[in-house]
Each structure stands twice: as structure tokens, then as C-alpha cells.
Write a protein that binds this ligand. Structure first.
Ligand code: FAD
Ligand code: EPU
Length: 339
């Protein structure tokens, strides 16, 4: 168990903002995690934050308390039959290593989620999604520590209330439950999921039965690299805001005013409007406050061009919210966890 005080988090958040935490502890097992609570946190009634790879977090100031970095490793098959396999992975595993392993084994279900940064344990927090797939399609359950009782608990997919960029862990169980393991069910006889138009276009000249799981992973990686900045080169946390979902009547009003508006039906007479379109069409693509700016290839991504502070990034995010609200009367809700 690594323990540091007055520790810089610059390398531990993909925005690369330079803030410090009072105490930083890296834990590698449930027993170590329990120990931290028993011996440090509970009797001192301290503030804490569980950290994966910091790819969905914006630190706006120094963290007054304990940052607990999850490094619980391990991937194992817990059951299988001829059609499917159940895999249990440590929450501190790198998500894309797990995807790569599953693709190599020909286990279908998470190949469309290739190259999403972060840890396995953070994947259920916002129900990660991309290219027509979401974690909820494959999640069986999570295991972890209930902070109040210091007891190990299992939470099923149904109990986890996974929805678009949302779950029970961001709401009722926020700061009350720490995920230590994730259990997924994958398919040994899967088929390509080409529901996302960018992917079906990519394969427009290939018959579906000729597309293997490795080709899907390769295509997703290529498309992602063409649109999204690599945090190792340019600090960012992916989409800063969620895509807003609006009613039929709001969408129709917008459509009559802005005939080029982009929207996708999500059922129940509701439409998802890309926040990137709203930000670009509010004239905000490429704007900057200090070293914080909207990315020139994808307006929904806020990037750190060098020495931006978390406060500047937040200031830019607020300006975007205000301008989009004034122009389109739509509230943008942050996807990134602002600390
Ligand atoms: P962190 O940022 O470390 O933590 C995120 C939140 O989860 C925090 O509130 C933290 O306290 C909490 N948390 C983390 N681990 C645990 C745990 N074990 N138990 C309890 N709480 C925990 N997301 C998508 O959904 N789809 C995408 O396509 C996508 N693309 C991205 C592209 C880029 C370039 C980047 C930088 C980010 C992208 N993201 C995307 C966002 C991000 O990758 C995911 O949200 C990811 O799951 C975050 O993982 P993390 O380990 O970095 O979590
Ligand atoms: N668009 C613009 N201008 C822009 C950016 C986008 O007009 O600057 C419009 C385009 O019409 C484009 C549409 O928005 O067709 C959608 O853009 P894109 O396909 O890039 O996807 P997105 O809606 O911006 C979402 C997720 C991503 C995920 C991709 C692929 C959210 C908030 N974001 O982005 O997730 O990778 O779809 O499925 O749902 C993340 O959550 O961090 C993330 C990167």
C-alpha cells in the first residue's frame, strides 16, 4: 500500500491539472481498503475520493482529504458454457486491457467500447457507452465495499439502475459504495453491432458475416483516434457534457428554426441532440479561456492546451452552458465529475 502526503495529482487526472491532495493512498485489495477506513478515515471523519485513472474528473482546487487510488487487479473466468462466459475483473484493471483480452478470446459484447480510457471499476459509475454499445448490455453485477457498514456487498445490474451516463453510484450510493470487482457476461457466438452509423459506414463494402471481432475493435479505435484527442498529448476528459434529451415539441421548434440540426430518436417521443452540435452552432468551437479551449475537431471536448487550471476549465464550461442556454434554451449537464 502506497501512502503519500501533500501529493500532486497532475499525473492522476487526464486534464493534467496540477492540484494536490492532503493524503494519497493506493490500495490493491478489499482488505487494504477496509484497513484504510478502519484505521484512518472513520475515526477522523475524513473526506475521501475514490480515483481510477482520473479520465472523467475535473479538479478545480486542492483536495482537502484522502484520495484513494484503486489498483485492485486480476481477471478470471467464473463460469462458462458453450454460448457464454462470465468474467470477473478487478476494479483497478485498465478498461481497454480487459477489452483487448476479450477480443483476443473471441468473447463478444465490449468490442464497441474499445479504447475508452479509465478503469474497469469506474465503467459502471456512468455506464460507459460508445458506438452503439453500453456497459449495461453486458454487466451482471458489481462487488464492493459498503462504506457505512464496512461490509462486502454485491449489487446486481437491475439494482445498479444503469442509464445514459448514469447509475445508482452517481446518486443514492455516491460516496457510500466503492466498487472492487465487476462481473460481465460475454457471448462466445456474438455478431457485429453496427448500429452506430460511423461503424456501418466503415464496413459498407464488407458483408457482415465476414467481419470478425478484431476488425470491429480496429475500426472503433480508428474512428475514435480521428475524432478525440489523446490525453497523453492534449489534456481532456472526453465529452465534457451529456447529450441533452428533449421532447418532440422542443425538437420540432428547434428544427423549424435550425433546419440543419442533428438529432437521434431515443423512444417515447424524445430526441437526443448532440451537445457538440449545440456548442459549435452557438459559435463556441475553438474558443479559449487561458489555456482551456473547446477542441477544434469536436466542440464537446474541452482541452487543456498546456497550463490550464481547473478553475479556467470550469469557467469555460460555465460560459458554454450560459451561451447554449441563451441561444437554444437547453441546459447542458456536465458528464465530467467536478470536484
Ligand atoms: P475516474 O475519472 O478516476 O473517476 C470517475 C468517477 O467515478 C469519480 O466520481 C470517481 O470517484 C468514481 N469512481 C472511480 N472508480 C470508482 C470505484 N471503484 N468505486 C466507486 N467510485 C469510483 N466515457 C464514455 O462513457 N464513453 C466514451 O466514449 C468516452 N470516451 C472518452 C475519451 C477520452 C479521450 C477521455 C479522456 C474520456 C472518455 N470517457 C468516455 C470518459 C471516461 O473514460 C470514463 O468515464 C471512464 O469510465 C472513467 O474511468 P476512470 O477510471 O478514469 O474514472
Ligand atoms: N457535432 C457537431 N460539432 C462538433 C461535434 C459534433 O456538429 O463539434 C455533431 C455531428 O453532427 C456529429 C454528432 O454531433 O455527427 C455526434 O458527434 P459524435 O459522433 O462525435 O458523438 P458525440 O455525441 O459527441 C457521444 C459520446 C461519446 C462517444 C461517442 C460515440 C456523449 C456525451 N458522448 O459523443 O462519449 O464516444 O458518442 O458513441 O454521449 C464521453 O462520454 O466522454 C465520450 C467521448
Amino acid at each position: 500500500m502506497i501512502r503519500e502526503t501533500g501529493f500532486s495529482l497532475k499525473k492522476y487526472n487526464t486534464f493534467g491539472v496540477d492540484v494536490k491532495t492532503d493524503v494519497f493512498i493506493e490500495f490493491t485489495s478489499l482488505a487494504e481498503l477496509k484497513d484504510i477506513f478502519e484505521n484512518e478515515l472513520l475515526n477522523k471523519n475524513q473526506n475521501f475520493l475514490v480515483l481510477g485513472e482520473g479520465s472523467n474528473i475535473l479538479f478545480t482546487k486542492n483536495f482537502n482529504g484522502y484520495v484513494l487510488k484503486n489498483s485492485i487487479k486480476g481477471v478470471k473466468i467464473i463460469s462458462e458454457d458453450k454460448d457464454s462466459v462470465e468474467i470477473k475483473a478487478g476494479a483497478g484493471e485498465h478498461w481497454d486491457d480487459l477489452v483487448n483480452y476479450c477480443v483476443e478470446q473471441n468473447y463478444w459484447g465490449i468490442e464497441n467500447l474499445s479504447l475508452i480510457p479509465g478503469t474497469v471499476g469506474a465503467a459502471p459509475i456512468q455506464n460507459i457507452g460508445a458506438y452503439g454499445a453500453e456497459l449495461k448490455d453486458v454487466l451482471v453485477a458489481v462487488e464492493g465495499l459498503s462504506v457505512a457498514e464496512l461490509k462486502e456487498m454485491r449489487i446486481s445490474r437491475e439494482e445498479a439502475k444503469l442509464a445514459y451516463r448514469n447509475s445508482i453510484f452517481k446518486n443514492e450510493l455516491k460516496n457510500k459504495f466503492i466498487i472492487t470487482h465487476v462481473i460481465l457476461q460475454l457471448n462466445k457466438k456474438g455478431k457485429p453491432n453496427l448500429s452506430y452509423s460511423g461503424l456501418s459506414n466503415y464496413f459498407k463494402n464488407t458483408p457482415v458475416d465476414k467481419i470478425d471481432i478484431g476488425q470491429i475493435r480496429k475500426a472503433v479505435i480508428e474512428i475514435r483516434r480521428s475524432k478525440l484527442p489523446d490525453p497523453a498529448q492534449l489534456g481532456n476528459a472526453g465529452s465534457f457534457f451529456k447529450n441533452p434529451v428533449v421532447s418532440d415539441s422542443i425538437y420540432n421548434k428547434l428544427k423549424s428554426k435550425y433546419s440543419n440540426i442533428v438529432a437521434f430518436p431515443v423512444g417515447d417521443n424524445r430526441w437526443k441532440i448532440p451537445a457538440g452540435w449545440l456548442i459549435e452552432n452557438a459559435g463556441l468551437k475553438g474558443i479559449k479561456i487561458g489555456d482551456a479551449g473547446t477542441y477544434e475537431k469536436q466542440a464537446l471536448v474541452i482541452v487543456n492546451y498546456g497550463k490550464s487550471t481547473g478553475k479556467e476549465i470550469l469557467e469555460l464550461a460555465k460560459l458554454i452552458q450560459k451561451t447554449v442556454k441563451e441561444k437554444f434554451n437547453i441546459e447542458l449537464e456536465p458528464e465530467v465529475n467536478i470536484i
